[in-house]
Design a protein around this ligand. Structure first.
Ligand code: SF4
Ligand code: SF4
Length: 374
């Protein structure tokens, strides 16, 4: 038996970036991905109340719960108390998730996104106690939380809430030594508290895979083994760490799913030599100053001015890697077609308060405006 008495392979299906047809989830392709995933012996699915404005949970019902025996998979979802106006509304989210997924119970359930700015919502609304009750009722198998926090803050939360059974953390090789994300520091804290870990963002929102992975880092990986995808190095790095329950990959296409299954079906931890390849790729990445935006879009919901924050950062990063100013200006023109440009920012700081990557959004937008609006 694996962690928490569950048998779970080292790859989990993250349902945050599902394939879309227009505004709706592409249920046909998602269904094929789910079938392929289960056929490979993989069982862990991760969604959240807020993913795709609830469409992710609704898709879970259609492509997973309604089509496969319930005991054949584990389902995790999350409660974002910080989006609720009060305790009743926050608690209602649990029941909405249950109804929307039709899952009957959740194998894993998480307080979504604890951080210095957000944890107090869960405290103020009595969510910790509320979820413990649901667990006692059998509606939750294992209770934990996801966090975007410093190692010191994670330590504080785990000390205060020893009943939490697992944690979900952002761990990838690029952020391993980062002073902001603190992947290694948070990992070590979780290990010290004896908490098994679900890894999120192993490919850092796709930035550790082409076309967004800088060619210098890609060259290191390709030279070491031209057969392996860049994503495979990133996912295997996270899955090789001790204490990891599973590594979530937010797969958006059948191709990504097939690639992931190809090396995770017979998962082999990184050898010492392979770890040094990853170290070299990390060193190459560190030489290129990029904005560490993962395109999670949390800031967009907060921005009163509808500024094209992640879109502008993606374009800026592309410019920083490839130095093609004409292309960057063209992409920016289209990006701000339906959104406000960087110079429209009124510096209210709401985006920075929610950014899990700790990005100095206002300052970076200033650079975007200077380069691309001139
Ligand atoms: S600081 Fe600027 S970009 Fe950020 S939320 Fe306020 S207006 Fe939007
Ligand atoms: S700026 Fe921060 S909050 Fe906004 S999309 Fe990027 S990582 Fe997410």
């Amino acid at each position: 038996m694996g962690f928490l008495g569950e048998e779970i392979k080292k790859l989990g299906f993250g349902l945050m970036r599902l394939p879309m047809v227009g505004e709706e989830v592409d249920l046909e392709q998602t269904g094929q991905m789910v079938d392929l995933f289960l056929a490979g012996g993989f069982t862990y699915f991760d969604t959240a109340y807020g993913y795709l404005d609830g469409k992710s949970e609704a898709a879970v019902k259609r492509v997973l719960v309604d089509r496969h025996p319930r005991e054949k998979f584990q389902l995790a979802t999350k409660l974002p108390a910080w989006t609720a106006a009060g305790g009743e509304e926050a608690k209602k989210m649990f029941w909405t998730s249950l109804a929307r997924t039709g899952a009957g119970y959740f194998d894993f359930y998480l307080l979504h996104y604890l951080s210095v700015y957000r944890t107090h919502f869960f405290d103020d609304f009595g969510i910790w106690e509320f979820l413990e009750e649901r667990k006692r009722e059998g509606l939750i198998g294992h209770l934990g939380f996801s966090a975007h926090a410093t190692a010191a803050y994670l330590d504080e939360v785990l000390t205060k809430h020893p009943g939490m059974e697992f944690v979900q953390l952002q761990i990838n090789y690029a952020d391993w030594e980062s002073g902001i994300i603190q992947s290694r520091g948070c990992y070590e804290v979780a290990r010290r508290h004896g908490k098994p870990i679900v890894v999120m963002e192993p490919v850092k929102g796709g930035t550790l895979s082409p076309p967004r992975l800088p060619r210098e880092a890609l060259a290191v990986l390709s030279e070491a083994n031209p057969e392996l995808s860049a994503a495979s190095w990133a996912i295997r790095f996270a899955a090789s760490l001790e204490g990891v329950i599973t590594v979530l990959s937010g797969m958006s296409t059948l191709e990504q799913m097939k690639d992931n299954l190809s090396y995770m079906s017979r998962f082999r931890p990184l050898s010492g030599e392979e770890r040094s390849v990853v170290e070299r790729a990390r060193a190459e990445l560190a030489k290129i100053p990029q904005i560490p935006c993962t395109d999670c879009k949390y800031c967009e919901r907060e921005c009163p001015g509808n500024v094209a924050i992640p879109g502008a950062f993606l374009i800026m990063n592309d410019y920083l890697v490839h130095h093609d100013l004409e292309k960057a200006k063209g992409s920016y023109f289209w990006e701000i077609f339906s959104k406000a440009k960087a110079s429209a920012c009124v510096k209210c700081g709401r985006c920075e308060a929610v950014c899990p990557q700790g990005i100095g959004v206002v300052e970076e937008l200033g650079k975007v405006a200077k380069l691309l609006e001139g």
